[in-house]
Design a protein around this ligand. Structure first.
Ligand SMILES: *Cc1c(COP(=O)(O)O)cnc(C)c1O
Length: 479
């Protein structure tokens, strides 16, 4: 399999293989990497995968799917990486992503039983093992620099802790994460994990990371990399649980299933799009947003309008508080017939000039729901509270705020006869304050997290000063 940039197009001669794009972020032209074609999964293959999942488990299914996209890691090594990643020990159950029955035709797919209790572990845990494998093979090291306000940073740290050849420098705004999230990150005692609390807000952290990465000499010298959501390997790892969810919700391949996905940067639901393009019988892909409804607006109107910071709301489903959806360019690439020049005109030129583009007059937009299954909806704080309450009262089932957004929109979009699977993107304990607001009770805490707030913390504090951050990286790498 070869990969091209969304701004070059599938006919471009600038092609790369999986391990080349694994450690890279954006393509040099500013686009995102995409496979030059989607491997097609026949009915016979899907039937075989059904048996593979039931008889051999999730890791073997992951190996089957990943090997269609990764041909520069020997099969035995790739299988070993999958087996090492997707274990009952790390993900809590042998099924890894069990479906929980809510009511007739409605399921929740549990994706949040990994180390940080959010679905990002599903991809990040694999990424940690892939990074270690490839860096060891090359005899190289990598310093991952990031900014986080919660889920991404902790998922990255738990994936990279103790890995050879990798260090993590994770900035976060001091005192702005929930006590639980702080405890999760700062209690890590691994030598290769560096927590840096910045006197400032999340944007200050992000600006510092950008400033360091824009210093190309520093970036090259200290081998600075990232693990952000545009990484193709992360997206690919997520494709697997759409297959596993489908297999669990159906008895044969004639049945269709819809998925509802709490969405922010469009990474999760884009993996569903990839699965659908491969031939998985998905009916609808429901894009559920919170008050930050950039994506819902696009699917309703054809206008993609990036928000300014004044229009980006802080909500009770904070991991979906986005001003733009960084993976969205991948879907537009497919929608526009993989026309790299057109994608570049929209994402490179129009967005930088006016912060928006408009596809409402394009026949391919009008046909998007038909051809690609995308529908959308939005959920607010009041909806979230009501959904958490109703699910608890009717089904005795506690869901987190993001999953509540997904469920709220799923109920609006479901059609009789087609099972609807809502992706659970985090566990309620991570967002306890809103659960208390909805139910007047604290969510249960998994045993391994009891008392984590009292563990010793390993964190450095510094002002929002780029020179100080660079000095810390240089000093750490010198020893
Ligand atoms: C990251 C995240 C999301 C949004 O996923 P995208 O891939 O950015 O669309 C939703 N819920 C939770 C809990 C998350 O951590």
């Amino acid at each position: 399999m070869q990969y091209c940039s969304t701004r070059a197009g599938a006919t471009s001669t600038e092609r790369k293989r999986f391990c080349e794009i694994l450690l890279e972020g954006l393509a040099p032209d500013g686009g995102l990497y995409m496979p030059v074609a989607y491997p097609q999964v026949s009915d016979a293959t899907l039937a075989r995968w059904r048996t593979v999942y039931h008889a051999q488990g999730y890791a073997e299914l992951a190996f089957e799917i990943l090997s269609l996209y990764i041909d520069d890691i020997p099969a035995d090594d790739l299988r070993a990486l999958c087996n090492k990643t997707y274990t009952a020990e790390v993900f809590g159950t042998g099924e890894i992503v069990p479906l929980r029955h809510v009511e007739d035709g409605l399921w929740i797919e549990a994706l949040s039983n990994g180390p940080t209790l959010a679905f990002k572990d599903m991809a990040m845990q694999l990424l940690g093992n892939l990074f270690e494998y490839e860096l060891t093979r090359r005899g190289e090291t990598l310093n991952i620099l990031g900014a986080t306000s919660g889920d991404t940073g902790s998922a990255a740290e738990y994936a990279m802790r103790g890995k050879h050849g990798v260090r993590v420098f994770m900035t976060s705004p001091q005192g702005r994460m929930s006590p639980f999230q702080q405890a999760q990150m700062f209690s890590l005692q691994d030598d290769n994990i560096h927590n840096i609390a910045i006197h400032g807000v999340f944007d200050d952290c992000q600006d510092m990371v950008k400033a360091v990465s824009n210093d190309l000499e520093f970036k090259r010298r200290y081998k600075i990399g990232t693990v952000n959501s545009i990484n193709w390997a992360r997206l690919l790892a997520q494709v697997v649980y759409y297959f596993a969810g489908y297999i669990q919700a159906t008895e044969n391949n004639q049945q269709k299933v819809s998925f509802s996905v709490p969405s922010g940067n469009f990474g999760n639901v884009c993996a569903g799009h990839v699965a659908r393009m491969m031939g998985l019988p998905i009916d609808k892909l429901v894009v559920a947003t919170n008050e930050n409804d950039v994506l819902d607006e696009f699917f309703r109107t054809g206008v993609y309008r990036v928000r300014g910071s004044a229009d980006t709301h802080e909500t009770s489903s904070p991991s979906m508080d986005i001003s733009k959806a960084s993976n969205f360019e991948r879907f537009i690439f497919d929608l526009l017939g993989r026309d790299g020049a057109r994608v570049k005109a929209l994402f490179g030129d129009a967005l930088s000039a006016s912060g928006r583009f408009d596809l409402s007059g394009d026949a391919r937009f009008a046909d998007a729901a038909n051809r690609y299954g995308f529908v959308s909806g939005k959920s607010t704080h009041a909806d979230r509270l009501a959904t958490i309450r109703a699910t608890w009262e009717r089904h005795g089932f506690l869901i987190d705020t993001h999953t509540a957004d997904g469920l709220k929109v799923a109920l609006e979009q479901r059609s009789p006869g087609t099972p609807m699977v809502v992706l659970e993107t985090a566990l309620p304990i991570k967002f306890a304050a809103t659960i208390v607001e909805a139910l007047g009770r604290e969510p249960d805490r998994p045993a391994k997290f009891v008392g984590i707030e009292d563990l010793p913390k390993r964190v450095l504090t510094m002002p929002a000063d780029v020179a100080a951050l660079k000095a810390l990286i240089a000093q750490t790498c010198a020893v």
